[in-house]
Design a protein around this ligand. Structure first.
Ligand code: PMP
Length: 341
């Protein structure tokens, strides 16, 4: 029997409009989202590589830098909930067998300890009852004993309702050559945190709590110390999706997309366009490839055609604006202007 017929009918639920009740969200998150944020989510889709998308990403980065009070270049919003940032932070900064110290005074420390264990770190925990506070003296003792590459602390312990003090701990971590990782999923925007001033090496949060956005985005920032460790690894991180080598490139944080990158990109993209036009039998006005401007491609008007009619046709049928030549080249060329990618 040919496998071409549908045997599973469309479910009824797909045939009726989606209903979402209004709820007052007074739990620790998600929180209600203001109309402006909801409206932003209803905007049209654009490509993830479009220039406007990079502009939006840059704006998001600036917003996170402000919210985190940091100037760290390596600041991004991850796709995923807070857990994604937890894994991203640990996976990128720790290698197999390295020592990790986790302060456990509620579920979030427990969970980071488990994440680190799963990736094969040598995990040490300092435990207090839910809501317990670790003194800087206790933390320093544990740092000296376990010599961890990473120390984790939850700033806003949502399972206990505790805002853990952070002052001074970053300095202790520096002294012991440890990266200081702080979870602010439940606290950022509600309780003061100053990433740079408090010498926090890695900080992350979630979108759906005090930031009042839908769940699914996790802002995270790494300072220079964290980048040094993260980008000088001997092994690749266990997760491909959360590998900061890729993510930082996409966010334009790895120093690659500068002027040279933009020139290279324009040349590459223009090359495709030139080849496509020539394959269609059109002749390019500038014959020497090396002399062609990558941002403005000039096409010689084929013999016997009226350039104005051609441009009007293209506009009418393909919604593409192209212009004629200028001044002395009027009527000689058609310009596909400003290919911006
Ligand atoms: N850390 C803390 C302190 C949290 O409160 C939460 C969420 N309750 C998380 C991490 C995990 O975030 P998410 O649910 O967005 O994965």
């Amino acid at each position: 029997r040919a496998m071409s017929s549908v045997t599973i009918p469309p479910p009824k639920c797909m045939l009726r409009p989606l209903e979402v009740p209004f709820r007052y969200l007074f739990g620790p998150g998600p929180s209600n989202v203001p109309p402006r944020v909801l409206a932003a989510g209803g905007r049209g889709i654009i490509g993830h590589l479009h220039p406007e998308m990079y502009e939006i990403m840059n704006d998001i980065k600036k917003g996170i830098q402000y919210a985190f009070q940091t100037q760290n270049n390596m600041t991004i919003a991850m796709s995923g909930s807070g857990h994604a940032a937890m894994e991203c932070a640990v996976f990128n900064t720790v290698e197999l067998g390295e020592s990790v110290l986790v302060a456990v005074n509620g579920i979030w420390g427990e969970r980071v300890a488990e994440i680190a264990e799963r990736m094969g770190a040598n995990v040490h925990i300092m435990v207090k009852a839910p809501g317990g506070v670790f003194s800087n003296g206790e933390i320093e003792k544990a740092l000296a004993k376990h010599k961890p590459v990473l120390f984790f602390l939850t700033h806003g312990e949502s399972s206990a309702g505790l805002a853990h003090p952070v002052d001074g701990i970053g300095d202790l971590c520096r002294k012991h050559n440890t990266l200081f990782l702080v979870d602010t999923v439940a606290s950022l925007g509600a309780s003061p945190i100053f990433m740079d001033q408090q010498n926090i090496d890695i900080l992350y949060t979630g979108s759906q709590k005090a930031l009042n956005a839908p769940p699914g985005t996790a802002p995270i920032s790494f300072n220079e110390r964290a980048c040094q460790k993260m980008f000088n690894r001997k092994t690749k991180p266990v997760s491909y999706l959360f590998d900061m080598a890729h993510l930082s490139n996409y966010w334009g944080n790895d120093g690659q997309p500068g002027l040279e990158e933009s020139w290279r990109h324009h040349k590459e993209v223009a090359g495709y366009l030139w080849k496509g036009l020539e394959d269609m039998g059109l002749k390019l006005f500038i014959q020497n490839k090396d002399l062609r401007l990558p941002s403005v491609t000039t096409i010689a008007i084929p013999e016997g055609y009226n350039w104005r009619e051609m441009l009007q046709y293209i506009m009418k049928h393909h919604n593409m604006e192209m212009t004629g030549g200028l001044g002395p080249s009027t009527g000689m060329v058609s310009v596909r202007g400003m290919l911006k990618f």
